[in-house]
Ligand binder design. Sequence first.
Ligand SMILES: Nc1ncnc2c1ncn2[C@@H]1O[C@H](COP(=O)(O)OP(=O)(O)OP(=O)(O)O)[C@@H](O)[C@H]1O
Ligand code: NI
Length: 310
Amino acid sequence: MNLLTISSLYVDFPTDDGLVRAVNGVDLSIKMNEVLGLIGESGCGKSVLGLSVMRLLQEDVILKGEILYCGKNLYSIEEDAMRKLRGKEIGVILQNPGSSLNPGLTVGSQIAEPIMLHKKVKGSLAIEMAEKLLGLVKIKEPRKRAKNYPHQFSGGMKERAVIAMGIASEPRFIIADEPTKGLDITVKRKIVRLLRDISEKNTMLIITHDLEVAEKVCNRVAVMYAGELVEIAPAALIFKNPLHPYTRGFFNSLPARGLKPIKGSSPSLIDPPKGCRFHPRCSYCSDRCKTEHPLMLEKNGRTVRCFLYA
Ligand SMILES: Nc1ncnc2c1ncn2[C@@H]1O[C@H](COP(=O)(O)OP(=O)(O)OP(=O)(O)O)[C@@H](O)[C@H]1O
Ligand code: NI
């Protein structure tokens, strides 16, 4: 059964220069207990897609399509009901832990807050649970550390505290946006292990640049380019055998795989290329790719948007 079903999602931002088409016709579903990784280069629309699911986009955004959570249309419920869902059922671990934590409150009380709100328990019990959570995310001396303010935490500890906040209300579904961004390699490894533990009991959407996160934590990976999905595949297959020329180029451009950049740069989302959006940068480009927009096609268990496989 699908926990989340996104159908024909379009998200446009009106700006002075024109409409920024950040998400363009995305269809994506996440099954119960599945961990889906969303990858792609900077600016391709990953965070906007995540924010759409949480209904956290700015008000003047133009959104079309449907997002069903447990069969419920997230855009037809009241803001109040949505707020309850967020935090209680849908846990959020956002990019940039610095801004997710309030500098004026102790870390423990910030983790305790969603617990009090959603579990309806008293402050003292919620603090106790927050301390347990800090232990769970492998922060040493959690009772003492719960009394610390964010500035007393290192970058890696802050990220772990944000993760603890995200899982505090025992949500069924967790959305994590770049949970390992800016962390050094040893801290990152620890966070990857932590995410893997959490993923065993939860359904997750993990937005990441980091192939190690995608490879070690996710069951399935969706690749996004210029507002569109271009490939979806089981994690075990996509890293061994990426199909879409963009997926291949993206993998080769990353430090772990040779740092060979894809020629050209990512296109404008105000006036994206006609035909296949990747065609100006693709070494397999044919005439058809310049005029005709390829659809996502499923074949032999692989889904890809490219005429090479049509
Ligand atoms: N509020 C906004 N107004 C106008 N454009 C926006 C707004 N928010 C995002 N965008 C644009 O939408 C596109 C997608 O942005 P998004 O943040 O989803 O990218 P991303 O894939 O998450 O990138 P990164 O990996 O750098 O986080 C970008 O081109 C961005 O400039
Ligand atoms: Ni982002």
